[in-house]
Design a protein around this ligand. Sequence first.
Ligand code: FES
Ligand code: FES
Length: 79
Amino acid sequence: MAEPTIPQKAPYAVDVEAGKKYWWCSCGKSANQPFCDGSHKGSEFVPMMWEAEASKPMYFCGCKKTGKAPFCDGTHNRI
Ligand code: FES
Ligand code: FES
């Protein structure tokens, strides 16, 4: 299993909009973090879709090591 690239060892705060779908980058190679820009193509990684139920700030994992993808669970503090 390949290891993801680590864009940053901290979450990305995003003001999500209710009803909108988001594609979290799991590979770490996207230039549009924390979201997928297609850079995973040719790798074993695929983006993770998440749909917002409410409009509010959410903290997407930037280290790509979270156990609660696509969101930060504090794992970045241990890498
Ligand atoms: Fe990383 Fe698509 S660019 S999952
Ligand atoms: Fe990945 Fe916090 S940024 S767990």
